[in-house]
Design a protein around this ligand. Sequence first.
Ligand code: MN
Length: 721
Amino acid sequence: MRRLEDITEAITSYNPEADSDIIRKAYVYSAKVHHGQVRLSGEPYLSHPIEVSYILTRLKMDAVTTAVGLLHDTLEDTHTTPQDIERIFGKEILSLVDGVTKISKIEFASREEQQAENFRKMILAMAEDIRVILVKLADRAHNMRTLEYISSREKQKRIAMETLDIYAPISNRLGIGWLKSELEDSSFKYLYPEDYKYIESRVESKFDERDKYIKGVANIVSDELKKADIATRITGRPKYFYSIFQKMQSQNISFDEVYDLAGLRIITDTIRNCYAVLGIIHSIWKPIHGKIKDYIAMPKANMYQSLHTTVIGPDGERVEFQIRTEDMHNTAEEGIAAHWRYKEKKIDERDDKKFLWLRHLLEWQQDLKDPKEFMETVKIDLFPDEVYVFTPKGDVKGFPRGATPIDFAYQIHTDVGNRCVGAKINGKIVPLKYKLKNGDIIEILTSSARTPSRDWLKIVKTSRAKTKIRAWIKNEQKQRSIALGKEICEKEIQRYDLSSSAVMKPKALLKAAAALGFSKVDNLMAGIGYGKISVQQVMARLIPEEKILERKKREESKLRKIVEKVTRKPSDKGGIKVKGVDDILIRFGKCCNPIPGDDIIGFITRGRGISVHIRNCSSIADIEYDPDRRIDVEWDKEKSVPHLVQVAIVTVDKPGLLAKISSAIAVYDVNISNANIQTTEDKKAYLNFSIEIRDIEHLKNVIKTVERIKGVISVKRVKES
Ligand code: MN
């Protein structure tokens, strides 16, 4: 079993000023709380945190993270409370131990590639500090090394699968090449024991032959380099079992074809010498066309640098060389983030941006002398804009931060979204406006009676949910307008003393619709419902001309009167816009007499255009204003049409006051079209003005000014006539 000194010695080797006290303190504490616990291997439990901590020193972590390695299982497996950790070790260590504990609790279920990717992102997002991930990786590495002691095959496989799908790719992304390979090979052994054994035995049987060949090649190169006086280190390249297996699978080739490609790595001192080495190799053996890659002049996006070439070596066998400097080698092997997406197939642009900071980190790392300073810079929220949650089946879905259960519901299926009434998060019912958190398990509650609400648009975050909600509302409005349009038509047909079934024949309707510029009969009906087209225009195409003329004569005089009555100026709509509709008859509710600036609403009347009311006008409740006939209208800000408003003023009865009021009003460029004055016995005067007002602001200013005049008791707009 490793000892505390192994850890402190390791850390001081790369950071002489590391705070060994905190590590010692963590060791003593861990030994105390884990006392009496035993690993499945039979070793004292303490051996596990010690190994994890030791692995962390191999990752060149700071003292705090190394201490966290010793403490990482205390919250989960001992009586230690978060308060204990905070009291003894402080907030920073608590938040790291807590982070590791949280990640350890989530379980990965699916092997689907997209799911694995989301799961990896969720783990990164939950961590919020990259050191949490590194402790978790070290923990997993040691658990894999001791996986043989777990007796259940099932459990071994589950852990190995999670390691291969989640933790090995994360190590790869963070550029820790050796850890990635170790995790892959150890998982491979448990997941595909037969294939593992096959490759293991083939590698073994071929080892001597390969080794001899590679050494021969290395000697030839080495001699030539000595002659050129170039200092180098030549090594064979380790071939990992899982990477051999992957190549056999993905390229459908045999073991020999993968394994026979000899690989050598030449490490030299300067970039100039890298190119010199390349030239010397090419002078000995013929390079294969298209296999020369200059990643020094053009580093890979993950900062990887090397020269690659493949040549026809001794006995006509292909030999692959990688040539690099010592610095480049360190970056490729050990540097956090150096390798983060090496060989990964799927790289989308968003990932690229997310990991940009990691790449920068690598560059800073070279400037930072103090490892502590380096660690300070990595305490960044890894995915600040995203949250990852589970479906009840264990799939992981990603959302923008602030997303709600409604977003989740629409992600599952449009119908689930449309019928969503609530949600259960981790088994508890939450309101629809609940904001999703990383790791939530979410279940949507639906009801067939539910329909989407316009208010949902204010709380959803995904464009998918927004689009679906809008589409539903639009369709709903259209259905209502179609029904309304049909009803209007039927009523109108009655006025000609005809039956609607005789007039509304499908073929005739289709023809009328086409002639009026509508692609479908439904659209024509909706057009009538919206008020976009008048029912008379439609009837003119459906009803025989003589019938129309007959009715026209009958009603002409009557109709004219009505139109004149309801419109002030026949050509003017009083500064109202109805969405998407021109040429429509507008009249204002006499009950409330709206003026520009009032919150208004329109109603489609039967054959008399649109009636506009203040939204909270009491007469809207009347039967005439059926909610199905409601239509959105708004004031046309570009058109200023004076509106007549009644204002009631109460004053003390005092000479000269009327003149003062009139001139105060006149300042605002207001015409007084009518004034009515009454005095009472209790010395009060009641003035009633009809004034021409542009809009509500204009009116407010007038009222305010009049209110300020001495002797004025109250000023009110009169709404009811
Ligand atoms: Mn552990």
